[in-house]
Design a protein around this ligand. Structure first.
Ligand code: NAG
Ligand code: NAG
Ligand code: NAG
Length: 971
């Protein structure tokens, strides 16, 4: 079976398990293959990661992302992490009854989760993290939990309360619901999960106090409740979770003191309580948490001294007590914390000299800014240990009250990347050695009392990205050596006493983004080359003595305040025009260059246009000719002109069709009439009259008239309006003859034709019931098609088209006005194959002929590179199908909106509201288990990519599968 058809059948089977007719197929299919193919059909796989999933295989065990149990050959694991899949989980996965692990992490899957998923009898690991799943999990979602051990729904969009039924998952050991929008209180049931080892509920919207009973989690190793809105105190029961290694309650609204029972957590290594409202002293007992490696108490209201017992934390690597109200000096005992790597004491009220121990321990980061540390840096730096010289990367002593010079000992810190000594009272010159600190990225010495020059050696600091020296007393020039600081992106030298010109060197620093040289004594003109700096965001030179013209480029649009207060600077932003006369711009006249550009591109375009024009004008001319002819009467042998038609003019005699034994002969050679079926009445003479009164309709290829043969039998006659494009008589007759041989109960029979050079008529059987369009959209009263009628119409159309395609005839012009309904309700597809009469299957002609059929036209008509195949009919059929089911036109024009039917149905399906699309006249009177698969089929038929559409034979098969036997019997 071809891949697509079985795929679609499977989708539909998966969709209507209630329909008893369908599962007769399934015994031959492996349940796992079926489930996986249905799953695959429901999702998008843009990177083709599931390409190896072929439903023709007997076993899925070699497919990508799949592991089977070697004994049972059933799928035991599905690992599709990071496959870039999107769409929704359909019901396919529910077939995988032996599945133990389902891991779909890091995709773009959306929609809600079926409770049946957690009921899979063998599922142990469910990892759906990092997707776009959403919805509320009902309170009893986990009621039948099965053997689940790991549930990871992190990083999705789930909302509502965490279902209390989680307590039924007694085997659960890892629960991760982090980074969703779960709200409300923590369900107390969680505390009953005795096997729980890891609980991550961080970054949700959980509120209220932590419920009682937490000490039930005797096996808990990790708990993360950070980033919620939890209130109250930390329950002392926490001490009962005696195996805890990691506790993160940061970023909540917890308050009060820390409970001493924390001391029972003898394995605790990671304790993060930052960003809450805890008060009081940092407790002395904290020194008892011997295994602590990471302690974060930042952003609370802790006050008083940091207890000396902290010195007992020999394993401590990271200590963060920033943003509290700690006072006094740091305990010397911390010199024993030999594992320390990072200390963060920023934003406290700490006093005293810089502690010596901070340069004895091999710290990587020392963050002491915004305190009240005083004295000079000399002492503590001079006694720094070699280990510290190697390790220190970040030193932030800013915003304290340090005095004295910047000590020369800093040069020894060879790994230093970030040095911020700003906002102190440092004096003396800027040391020359900063150029030696090859790792230095950021040097901020601003807002001190430094004097002297910017040392030329700064040019050696090739890694320097930010040089910030503002608000000091620095004098002299900006050294040209700065051009070697090739990484520089931020240069702030404002509020100093720099003089001399802005060096050309700056224009060589290609990464410069922010430059502030304001409030100095800089003079001279600005180098024009500064205009070449591509990444500039701001360049402030206000309050200097610069003169001359602004460099242009970036400076043409610079904020005027950035160049203000330079009395002799001119250019647009300064609101002062420069005195020099600008050369007149050369203005080219685009019109005069026409000849000069007479290369290949222009004429080619023109040529194409002409071509298009000639084709469309041909069509226009063709149409005009028809209008001129106006009302035509044809008289066929022995005609008896009816009085009412006597105003009609041209009487045409018809000649004998030599090829056809039954064809009538005529007295003149002016035209040729051929009747395939050899109807005696026709040959004995009848009269057909084509006038407006008998017009049945007009289509892309011509108008259709009803007329009556002499024996009283009505026929429909189509007058082709494309006559000027029609092939030679020979070709025309050959094609028409082919079309005439096509007989099918669901196709309108072509009974004959009439040919002259200027006029061609096609003679069809007459169908009395009117068009589908009329039935759907012009019915008016209560006489609408029932569901069964509609299903019959859909099936009939499909059968008719399928027959056409088997004969290699493409219809090209499907629309509801071309589908006729006969007196017994059977649909007949008309107007097929007419494009064959044109000299070539020109897309332009086709699409312009068919544009009246707006909304039915397959997208490939607009795309020259895609071959047009019979799949364009499948598209049109899909639209027709949706039209029949919804009762809506393919394109509806609302007041200020255009609604495209298939987009609307597709959208409704995605939102799970597809039933609302079904014709409201049918509401309550259709079987959903038929209607929904039918609509899905319609959507598949209207796939943008032709190869994704099924072929019509498949469609017929699928439709027969969809129809529930019960419906068929009763209907
Ligand atoms: C999800 O889709 C977005 C665009 O829709 C894409 O940028 C992103 O890479 C996708 N993520 C994954 C994990 O495939
Ligand atoms: C929870 O899942 C998220 C996303 O996959 C992950 O970043 C986080 O580390 C997990 N939590 C735990 C405790 O493993
Ligand atoms: C070029 O021709 C256009 C149209 O003829 C005219 O509007 C326009 O002013 C001409 N431009 C110049 C520069 O002469």
């Amino acid at each position: 079976m071809r891949k697509l058809v079985s795929l679609i059948i499977l989708i539909i089977l998966g969709l209507f398990p209630n329909c008893k007719g369908a599962p007769s197929l399934s015994p031959s299919l492996n349940d796992d293959v079926l489930g996986l193919i249905v799953f695959k059909a429901d999702i998008k796989d843009p990177n083709g990661k599931l390409a190896s999933w072929n439903e023709d295989d007997d076993s899925p065990c070699n497919w990508g992302g799949i592991k089977c149990n070697p004994r049972s050959n059933r799928v035991s694991e599905l690992n599709l992490d990071g496959f870039s899949l999107s769409g929704k989980l359909g019901r396919g996965l529910l077939q995988l009854q032996a599945l133990r692990k389902l891991s779909l992490s890091k995709n773009n899957l959306t929609g809600s989760l079926s409770p049946a998923l957690v009921r899979l009898p063998n599922l142990r690991i469910l990892d759906l993290s990092e997707n776009g799943f959403s919805g509320v999990l009902p309170v009893d979602y986990f009621r039948q939990c099965g053997p689940l051990r790991t549930v990871n729904l992190a990083n999705n969009k789930f909302s509502g309360q965490i279902p209390d039924s989680l307590s039924s998952c007694v085997g659960i050991s890892v629960l991760n619901l982090s980074a969703n929008q779960f709200s409300g209180a923590l369900p107390a049931g969680i505390w009953g999960l005795q096997g729980l080892r890891s609980l991550d509920l961080s970054y949700n919207l959980l509120s209220h106090e932590i419920p009682k009973g937490m000490d039930g989690l005797a096996n808990l190793r990790t708990i993360n409740l950070s980033g919620n809105r939890l209130t109250g105190r930390i329950p002392p029961e926490i001490g009962g979770c005696s195996l805890l290694k990691s506790l993160d309650f940061s970023g909540n609204l917890f308050s009060g003191n820390l409970p001493k029972s924390l001391l029972n957590l003898s394995f605790i290594g990671y304790l993060s309580l930052g960003d809450n409202s805890f008060v009081g002293q940092v407790p002395e007992w904290i020194g008892g948490l011997k295994g602590l490696e990471n302690l974060d108490l930042s952003a609370n209201n802790f006050s008083g001294l940091l207890p000396a017992s902290v010195g007992k934390l020999r394993s401590l690597k990271v200590l963060n007590v920033s943003m509290n109200s700690l006072s006094g000096s740091l305990p010397e005992s911390m010199a024993s914390c030999l594992s320390l790597q990072i200390i963060d004491f920023r934003q406290n009220l700490l006093t005293g000299d810089l502690p010596k121990w901070i340069f004895k321990v091999a710290l990587q980061e020392i963050l002491l800014s915004e305190n009240k540390f005083g004295g000079t840096m000399d002492d503590s730096l001079a006694s720094a240990e070699e280990a510290s010289h190697q390790s220190l990367e970040v030193l932030d002593l800013s915003h304290n009250v340090l005095t004295g010079a910047i000590p020369s000992a800093l040069v020894n810190f060879s790994s230093l990347a970030f040095l911020n000594l700003s906002k102190n009272s440092l004096t003396g010159p800027i040391p020359r050695y900063f150029g030696e600190l090859r790792a230095l990225n950021v040097l901020d010495l601003s807002e001190n009392k430094l004097n002297g020059n910017i040392p030329t050696e700064i040019g050696k600091a090739t890694a320097l990205q930010e040089l910030i020296l503002e608000k000091n007393f620095i004098e002299g020039i900006i050294p040209t050596s700065i051009e070697h600081c090739s990484s520089l992106s931020v240069l702030i030298l404002s509020h100093n006493s720099l003089e001399g010109p802005i060096p050309l060197a700056l224009s060589k620093l290609a990464d410069l983004q922010i430059v502030d040289l304001s409030s100095n004594d800089l003079s001279g003109s600005m180098p024009k080359q500064l205009a070449n700096l591509q990444h500039l965001v701001s360049f402030n030179v206000s309050h200097n003595n610069l003169q001359g013209e602004l460099p242009g480029g970036f400076f043409n649009t610079i904020n005027p305040s950035a160049v203000s207060a330079n009395p002799s600077l001119c250019g647009s932003a300064t609101k002062k025009s420069c005195s020099t006369v600008l050369p007149k711009p050369i203005v080219l006249n685009p019109n005069s260059t026409g000849d000069a550009f007479s290369g290949s591109s222009l004429p080619a375009t023109f040529g194409q246009k002409k071509n298009l024009l000639s084709i469309s004008s041909l069509i226009a001319i063709g149409a005009a000719a028809v209008i001129v002819i106006g009302v035509i009467a044809i008289t066929v042998l022995n005609l008896r002109v009816r009085a009412s038609a006597s105003r009609s003019a041209a009487a045409l005699a018809l000649s004998n069709g030599d090829d056809f034994s039954n064809s009538p002969s005529t007295d003149a050679n002016s035209g040729k009439l051929v009747i395939f079926s050899g109807e005696p009445d026709f040959s004995t003479g009848t009269h057909a009259l084509l006038n407006k009164d008998c017009e049945l309709g007009r289509g892309g290829f011509g108008a259709v008239y009803r007329t009556v043969l002499q024996n009283g039998r009505p026929v429909a006659i189509k007058k082709l309006t494309v006559s000027s494009l029609v092939k030679s008589q020979e070709d025309f007759e050959r094609e028409v003859k082919k079309l005439g041989k096509i007989r099918h109960p669901n196709l309108v029979t072509l009974e004959g034709y009439y040919w002259t050079q200027s006029l061609q008529l096609l003679i069809y059987e007459f169908i009395s019931g009117g068009s589908l369009h009329k039935h759907l959209h012009e019915g008016g009263g209560g006489n609408f098609l029932s569901w069964n009628d509609r299903f019959n119409v859909i099936v009939g159309m499909a059968k008719g088209l399928s027959h056409l395609h088997q004969l290699n005839v493409i219809h090209y012009n499907l629309k509801s006005s071309n589908i006729l309904i006969d007196s017994s309700g059977e649909p007949k597809v008309g107007d097929f194959g007419l494009a064959r009469l044109l000299p070539m299957l020109d897309r332009y002609i086709l699409s312009s002929k068919i544009q009246s059929a707006l909304g039915y036209m397959a997208p490939e008509f607009a795309c020259r590179t895609v071959k047009i195949t019979e799949k364009c009919d499948v598209y049109g059929f899909g639209v027709l199908l949706l039209e029949v089911v919804t009762g809506k036109r393919p394109v509806e024009y609302m007041e200020d909106d255009v609604i495209v039917l298939c987009d609307m149905v597709r959208g409704a399906l995605e939102e799970g509201k597809v039933e609302e699309c079904i014709d409201e006249r049918l509401q309550g009177r259709f079987p959903a288990e038929e209607a929904i698969p039918v609509m899905k089929l319609g959507l598949i038929c209207t796939s943008q990519v032709p190869s994704n559409r099924p072929d019509m034979t498949e469609v017929v098969n699928i439709l027969e599968l969809i129809r529930c036997p019960s419906q068929e019997d009763s209907g």
